[in-house]
Design a protein around this ligand. Structure first.
Ligand code: B12
Ligand code: SF4
Length: 346
């Protein structure tokens, strides 16, 4: 390749929002931010571009002006595949030297097909979690592309590496939130602006309709309470959305996070969570938040428990239904912007 290590520039791109979803949400690309942090730590120059909050013309302008050596697309949603293939083809046509790769939840299940449809525009698709493998992939892309399909989870048109490896610890990295422009454009319901956070990853159950457990192999990992609260303390936005597949299924972990939040004096984090369908699980989030005395609304928590949360949202709740994942979250109307006041987070 002949380029020096320091000069390798990597542009990580999240595709556009799904049709009409911007009516109720636009959330930061947390997975891509983790990969960005891993690559940055390995010495690559990294930029992030989120097409949910930017336009295709911004992508082409960045390509033209910054001339990255590699472009990585995130594909959590199948519906984004055609857009990414089109962008990859346009990229290959105008900048044929640029290394193009893709990864993410849905890409992992159709990796071979994406490479095929890319018709030479996508050098490889990475299956599984990206933080561990992305820096190694970029090193191989820079130094010796023949090694690409020897790497775990990497699929090229020539072949496929061994099974993907999962990261050992969720504590090692924090998302590179600083690399994301337009941060105030991220929201969900009335949580506006909102950041996202991960306390656990994976799911121990195996519902037949769900792809989460097939991706993580029924593995359920916890981020330590300390690392979780540290990350939360770094968030500048007043709202925080928990992206866990099933948050707070271990009460002790929830309580420990609560204690760490309390220690750090984060008083007004607003943390509605993601899918929790079993009522016993729903309640396990409550002690965390009670402990932290945070102004928090736990979706679906039983009303008698909810009343016990200090300063819980009162009237004017709006209800949102996320049908695809069966999530039923009540998002509180907190009345004006009181949650912006005196927040220990911003
Ligand atoms: C949190 C979540 C939500 C949240 C937030 C969404 C958001 N935009 O952030 C809410 C509840 C709002 C939501 C809504 C929806 N969701 Co959703 N969601 C999830 C969930 C549970 C976690 C995603 C997450 O943030 N994980 C944590 C981060 C850190 O990991 P990550 O993003 O996956 O990134 C890692 C890897 O994927 C990989 N990676 C990611 N990008 C890249 C890029 C490269 C280059 C590489 C190498 C690797 C890589 O490395 C990262 C680090 O390990 C997943 C299930 C799952 N476990 O993946 C479903 C999931 C992604 N959602 C799904 C669906 C269907 C939806 C909806 C369309 C439902 C609906 N009908 O309304 C909407 C769409 C909303 C939208 N426009 O985004 C499906 C997608 C299925 C598909 N085949 O397309 C999933 C897989 C759930 C499922 N099993 O059905 N969702
Ligand atoms: S639907 Fe929820 S509980 Fe079932 S396997 Fe998927 S993430 Fe786990």
């Amino acid at each position: 390749m002949g380029k020096s290590f320091e000069k390798w520039k990597v542009l990580l791109v999240h595709p556009s929002g799904l049709m009409y979803s911007e009516v109720y949400l636009r959330l930061e690309p947390l997975g891509l931010e983790l990969i960005a942090e891993a690559c940055r730590r390995s010495g690559f120059a990294v930029r992030l571009l989120d097409l949910q909050a930017s336009r295709h013309k911004d992508y082409f302008r960045t390509m033209e002006e910054w001339r990255p050596d590699a472009v990585g697309f995130s594909l959590n949603y199948l519906a984004n595949v055609p857009e990414v293939i089109d962008l990859a083809k346009a990229t290959r046509e105008r900048w044929p030297e640029t290394f193009v790769f893709a990864g993410g939840h849905s890409a992992s299940f159709v990796a071979r097909e994406i490479v095929e449809h890319g018709a030479g525009a996508i050098d490889c698709v990475v299956k599984g979690e990206g933080e561990g493998i992305a820096p190694k992939l970029l090193e191989a892309a820079r130094d010796d592309r023949k090694q690409l399909d020897k790497l775990p989870g990497v699929v090229t048109k020539e072949g496929e590496g061994p099974v993907p490896q999962m990261v050992n610890s969720l504590d090692e990295l924090s998302p590179a939130r600083d690399l994301l422009a337009n941060r105030r454009k991220y929201f969900i319901g009335v949580l506006d602006p909102a950041a996202s956070i991960e306390f656990t990853r994976g799911c121990p159950w195996d519902c037949v309709f769900c792809s989460a457990w097939t991706f993580y192999g029924r593995n359920y990992r916890l981020r330590s309470a300390e690392a979780s609260a540290e990350d939360l303390a770094r968030v500048r936005e007043p709202g925080v959305f928990i992206v866990d597949d099933v948050a707070f299924i271990q009460a002790e972990h929830g309580m420990a996070i609560g204690r760490e939040i309390e220690k750090r004096g984060i008083k007004e984090a607003i943390l509605p969570g993601d899918a929790r369908r079993r009522s016993s699980e729903k309640q396990r989030g409550v002690p965390v938040l009670e402990k932290a005395r945070a102004r928090v609304h736990v979706p679906g928590a039983r009303s008698d428990r909810r009343r016990r949360i200090k300063a819980a949202p009162q009237a004017g709740n709006t209800q949102h239904k996320f049908r695809g994942t069966g999530i039923r979250a009540r998002v509180g109307n907190h009345g004006g912007d009181q949650h912006h006041r005196g927040s220990g987070m911003g």
